[in-house]
Design a protein around this ligand. Sequence first.
Ligand code: PLP
Length: 453
Amino acid sequence: PALANTPTDRDLTDWDRTHNLHPWAGIHGWRRDDYMRVNTAEGIHIWDHAGKRFIDGPGGMWCVQIGYGRQEMADAIAAQTMTMPYASPWSFTTEPAAMLARKLADMTPGDLNTVHFTTGGSTAVDTAIRVMQFLNNRLGRPEKKIVISRERAYHGSTYLAATVTGKERFKTRFDKADDLVRFLPDVNPYHRPQAMSIEAWCDEKIADLETLIAQVGADRIGAFIAEPILCSGGVVVPPPGYHRRTREICARHDILYISDEVVTGFGRLGHWFASQEVFGITPDIITCAKGLTSGYLPLGACIISDAVMERIAGPDENDVFYNGYTYCGHPVSCAAALKNIEIMECEDILGHVRRVTPHFQDRLRHIGETFDIVGDARGMGLLGCLECRLDPGNNSYARQQKFGAELDAACEDMGLLLRPFGNMAVFSPPLIITGAQIDEMFDIMEAGLTRLS
Ligand code: PLP
């Protein structure tokens, strides 16, 4: 049937429920009609179709760095659309793609100078793993392909990215290349035994990696992949020294270090990238997406070091790196990314994040100290997580496991959106959030927690 010119609310709800399979939709319950239909957005706020305003706690999906409703973004996107909306990356390059590749090479640490554009984070991770496979096949060591990842890590939803994702639940009923991956146990310092110091916890995590390498054999391990902060895993900030030590171990065993900065890149921690500026390491490969365009258009990138590129280039001059997508370096997405970066530079958004972070983190810690149900309130930069204490023997255990959804519902009522994950609620607001808006956000969270307590 032809679509009506002006669909009613009921039409839209029906069409969405009947035809739009959302990510992670329950296979029986996916025909649900409770997705909030959002109509407009400005700054850190979004409005639903009924006109109710919300602070966007998750910042879209960890991505809307510069906030919504930016005229300059609309203008840049429109201008590129009118001049050159698409060009095949197999045959052509464009000004935005070349400029952005150069810009990313400048922004990333060390000799990370080669940019392979992708359609998002999953395809950036996919590409990084394929780079490792290509490299080791090229070097004549086809056994060196296993990827070490970590429990609770999220790296995406393509076959390879899902394979190295450390959450079994997200792979239910899907195939995955189990022989390609090994997982290190939970690194969350909150989950360490009560009597254990954070230093001892770090030592244990490092020992886990060394033991795994010894068991599997370094000659069979091609890469280690880690988010600087395990974001979807519950904003897990690793113990001090963890990244530096894992990086050293990888270098010693010729294991590529892939830093998945899909969330932590582009200012979330007050720096363009967290690997070097925050954690003091230079990875072999950085993957990024999300904040690269502030979510205005899809784009990702896999950024590879010169050292890796040099080793990839073998004696065969006809060797081809057969990886690519129709939308590699999409000119309109690249124009959006360039404008996004320009806005972040002109408005000193990185400096702003560094200035408001102490207040954000103070309010977060205060919640941890004030509310009994919150076992851990943690974060870094403009990333936060509230984790509900779990007492398996207790009769409120079932409720504790749903803490995230309950807190989200209570806050939603009062105009704040959060992202629930089981017994956790996470948030990563747009980076332009002001001190007063941070207060408003945490005031609502505290009111929500009071309701739940
Ligand atoms: N890597 C990390 C760390 C992520 O958080 C995500 C998405 O949340 C991805 C990769 C996958 O990115 P995308 O959804 O753009 O494919």
